[in-house]
Design a protein around this ligand. Structure first.
Ligand SMILES: Cc1cc2nc3c(=O)[nH]c(=O)nc-3n(C[C@H](O)[C@H](O)[C@H](O)COP(=O)(O)OP(=O)(O)OC[C@H]3O[C@@H](n4cnc5c(N)ncnc54)[C@H](O)[C@@H]3O)c2cc1C
Length: 424
């Protein structure tokens, strides 16, 4: 895994060593890259365009939030094992260390023909290349009553880390012993395949310690656990006997926040004290409104060599917002990996160099099943020119043999390292 990763890094290193050279013919004298969205994808892209161009290319990052709040590890905040401060980081180093111009605003519109973006504040920013990394938004209308129940604060998703993470924690703290927590999972594809099962596991760990008569209900819109199924099920049976009730094939149709009722397409209604509903997802609103969500009006199709949108030239879409290639999860690690391939391609294109013809991506998703024990799934993906897409390299990854506290320490290190790689 490590050797493969270094191979991928070596490909990026080629661009790095060339970055000191003068730009090639046809390259703008002082190129401008605009990055929209300072999450795992966008922040990494902003930093790596600066690094790989040896600071020759001007980079502006637009992100409304003053702080980066990580979704990875946020389930542990919900379970009372970490604090918000543990998952909150600043954008200062991107500016101070890498010279990224960070603008805290929202991009309201993109004019891809004129190559300019308009901020909610009214200012416009012109670009040579745009990187769009807006993450996900929700298809509220696919579940009756969900938007109203959410707006009233009764039904939370906590699927974008921030105030809802803490609000869901407060709901769990207020739950009497013997209460029921229900998590409803939409049909794939959705952000972070193992994330809902991790959440169910660590909430059960909290119940085992603080509210042993309480129950966790997992109502899954999919036919089975979508990631690391046997490992999660073994952990549930051994760590939380009788506490977690897993029910597949439960496609949510409606929600009544006042009575705490979930209504399904086929199965019987379910009542619970806390309803944690993950709505069906699509690409972030800006991508949709810019006409880039050209896969089922949900996700953005890209040319995988450089992540350029198939709908707009010089607009590169990365992270959760894209229509993924085979076996490619919507994860923070994968968004960070997209960003590096994209940054290298953009620097090459703006410098008149050849784009790396054989990019590679890595991914690992580590899930806590209690406060210490972790299971992982890992993969390495390579670009295949004839099929113009990424494919998983056979035998490159796999899943844990068993849950372990050693992997728990790796997971803590993974988080520290990816935060440093993304933001520092
Ligand atoms: C509970 C949970 C646990 C997870 N655990 C893991 C894990 O262990 N490992 C892992 O790899 N992944 C994990 N993930 C998945 C990971 O969080 C996402 O895959 C990752 O955040 C995707 O990165 P992104 O850059 O596409 O989107 P985001 O990180 O969501 O960033 C998008 C950014 O764009 C900004 N934005 C949106 N619209 C605009 C606009 N118009 N103008 C300006 N800015 C805008 C938003 O404010 C946001 O900051 C987890 C997710 C959840 C919910």
């Amino acid at each position: 895994m490590r050797r493969r990763h270094l191979l991928g890094a070596a490909a990026a290193g080629t661009a790095l060593s060339m970055a000191g050279c003068a730009a090639g013919p046809g390259a703008p004298a002082r190129a401008r890259v605009l990055v929209v969205g300072g999450g795992y994808g966008g922040a990494t892209a902003a930093k790596y365009v600066r690094l790989l161009s040896d600071r020759r290319i001007d980079v502006t990052l637009v992100e409304p939030n003053r702080s980066f709040v990580s979704c990875p590890v946020s389930n542990l905040v919900i379970a009372g094992m970490k604090e918000m401060a543990d998952i909150t980081l600043g954008y200062d180093a991107l500016a101070a260390r890498h010279g990224v111009r960070v603008v805290h605003d929202t991009v309201a519109a993109v004019d891809a023909a004129r190559k300019q973006a308009t901020l909610a504040g009214g200012a416009t920013i012109a670009y040579d290349k745009l990187v769009l990394a807006p993450g996900i938004d929700f298809l509220w209308d696919q579940v009756d009553g969900l938007r109203a129940a959410h707006d009233e604060g009764r039904v939370l998703h906590a699927w974008k880390a921030g105030p809802e993470t803490l609000a869901l924690r407060r709901q769990l703290e207020a739950l009497p012993d013997g209460g029921v927590f229900a998590i409803a999972i939409p049909e794939a594809p959705y952000r972070c395949p193992p994330g809902p099962y991790e959440r169910a596991s660590v909430v059960a760990a909290y119940f085992r310690r603080a509210k042993p008569r309480s129950k966790v209900l997992i109502l899954d819109g999919n036919p089975d656990v979508t990631s690391k199924g046997p490992l999660f099920k073994k952990a549930w049976a051994e760590l939380y006997p009788g506490m977690i009730d897993y029910r597949p094939q439960h496609k949510l149709a409606g929600v009544d926040g006042r009575t705490g009722t979930l209504r399904f397409d086929v199965q019987d209604d379910v009542r619970a004290d806390i309803l944690n509903v993950l709505p069906p997802m699509r690409a972030g609103a800006l991508a949709v409104q810019t006409g880039l969500a050209n896969a089922n009006a949900r996700w953005c199709q890209v040319h995988f060599l450089n992540f350029e949108s198939t709908a707009a030239k010089d607009v590169h879409v990365i992270g959760d917002a894209i229509q993924v290639a085979q076996g490619m999860p919507k994860s923070g690690h994968m968004a960070n990996s997209h960003a590096k391939v994209t940054a290298a391609a953009i620097v090459a294109e703006l410098s008149g160099w050849e784009v790396n013809p054989h990019p590679m991506l890595t991914n690992v998703c580590m899930s806590f099943v209690d406060d210490r024990h972790v299971i992982h799934v890992a993969s390495v993906h390579e670009y295949e020119k004839p099929r113009q897409s990424f494919f998983t390299i056979g035998g490159s990854g796999g899943v844990s043999d068993v849950r372990s506290d050693l992997e728990g320490r790796y997971a803590e290190a993974w988080a520290r390292n990816i935060w440093a790689d993304t933001l520092m």
